[in-house]
Design a protein around this ligand. Sequence first.
Ligand SMILES: Nc1nc2c(ncn2[C@@H]2O[C@H](COP(=O)(O)OP(=O)(O)OP(=O)(O)O)[C@@H](O)[C@H]2O)c(=O)[nH]1
Ligand SMILES: [Mg+2]
Length: 418
Amino acid sequence: MSVKAKILIIEKHLSASSLFLNFKMVLQAPSPQGKAVLCMLRTDPHDHAVYRIRLDELRNLVEALNIEVITEIIQTRIKPTAKYCIGKGKVKELLRCVKEEQIDVVVFYNILRSSQKLNLIRTLNCDVLDRYELTLEIFEKMASDSISKLQIEAARLNKLAPYFKLEAKIRFHNEHAFLRSTGEYAFHNQIRELTKRQARIHSQIEELMKKKRRHIQKQRERENPTVCIAGFYNAGKTTLFNALTGDSKPVNSEPFTTLSNKYQRRYVDSTLSLIFIDTIGFVLDLDPRLIQSFRLNLEDVRNADLVLLLLEVTDDLLTLTMKLSEGLKLLKNIGVPKKRVLVVFNKIDVDPSVGSEVVKKLAILRTVEWVTISAKERINLNGLLERIQEKLYLLTAYQKREHSIRLKRINSEGAFRK
Ligand SMILES: Nc1nc2c(ncn2[C@@H]2O[C@H](COP(=O)(O)OP(=O)(O)OP(=O)(O)O)[C@@H](O)[C@H]2O)c(=O)[nH]1
Ligand SMILES: [Mg+2]
C-alpha cells in the first residue's frame, strides 16, 4: 500500500477514535512494491565518484525489497530546497518520469524533512521514501524477534511522528466545522496518543537497557573477554561467528540478515574462553537517530573488550577506503577507540592476489591493525585467533597500566589537598 493510499484511508475516516486506529495501521502497513526511481541531491559539485557508491548502495537496498529500479535522477545543487529538497524543475522531470513509467515509489538518498516528504507525495501522487525509511522497511522485512521489532518501531516513530503531526495539522487547519469533522480535539488527541506511545516504547527500551548493563557487568566480573564482530551488512559477520564458535546462525546474501545480537562462547584453551557477539550491520551514512534507536544492540559493541571491524576485500578500492574510514568513525562515535579495533579483511578466497593488492594500497592501514581471512573457506582463522589473543593481552595490560596511573594520580591529588 502506498503512503498516498495510506493517507487517503486516514482522510476517509474522520472520527476522532478511528484516526488513531488508522495511524496504527500505517505503522504496520506492508512494504512498498513495484517500480522505483532513485533520486539524489548531490551537494558537492566536486564529488565525481563517491556519490556513485552511495547510489549503488541505495539501489542494492531497494532491490532487496524486490522493487525494480527503473532509473535514477540526480541533481547537483549546493543547498537543498525547503519545499522538495530538489529544485522545482527537477520535480517536474520526476513527475514526468513517474507518470510515463507508472512508478510506485520514489526513493531519495537524502534524508527528507516531513514537509518535503508531504509536498513530494502530494505533487508526485506516489509513495516517497528516504534512505532512513528504506532501511527500516528492510529491517521490518527481516525482523523476527520482539526486541528488534520494538527498536524498529522506536526508529519509525522517531521519523514518522513529526510527519504525522504536520499532516494532522494541515488537515485540521483546512477543515470546516461539520458534524463529522475531526476538529482541534481530534488533532490534540492524536498527538497525545503518539507522544504516549513514544514514551512507552522509550521506557521499555530503557528497562531492557538496564538489564543488558547488569548482564555486561556480570560478564566483566567473570572475566570472560568479549569480542564483538561488527561491520557493514553482508561483510560475512555471521559466517565468521559460526566458523569461530561452531554455531549455525542464518547466513544470507540479503542485507540485514542479523538484526538482534547473538552470543556464543569459544574455548581457546583450558584457561581462556572468549564470548563472541554477532551484531547488526552498518550502512553508509548511518543516521544518528537510527543509532539511537538501536542502542540496545550497540551497547554490546561499546562494551566489548575487542571489536573486529569486518570488511569485504572484494569491494573496489574506493568503496573499501570509504567503508574503513566510516566504520572507524562510527565505532568512535559509539565509544570504541581505534586501539580496541582489529580490522579484518574477509573473503580473500575470491581472489587472493586482488585481496593482498587492495590491502597494500589502503594508506589508512598504516595506523590500524589488520588481518586477512576467509570466513567461508576458513582461511587463516587460527591466525585471527592469535591476533585476538595478542590484542586482548595488550589491551588488558594497557588498561591495568591506565588504571594504576589513574589511581596514583587520585592518591597524589588527595595527598596534595591534605
Ligand atoms: N566468498 C566468500 N563469501 C563469503 C565469505 N564470508 C561470507 N560470505 C558470503 O557473504 C554473504 C553474507 O554473509 P553473512 O555472514 O550473512 O554476512 P553478515 O555480515 O552477517 O550480513 P548481515 O547479517 O546481513 O549484516 C553470504 O552469501 C556468505 O556466504 C567468505 O569468506 N568468502
Ligand atoms: Mg549476519
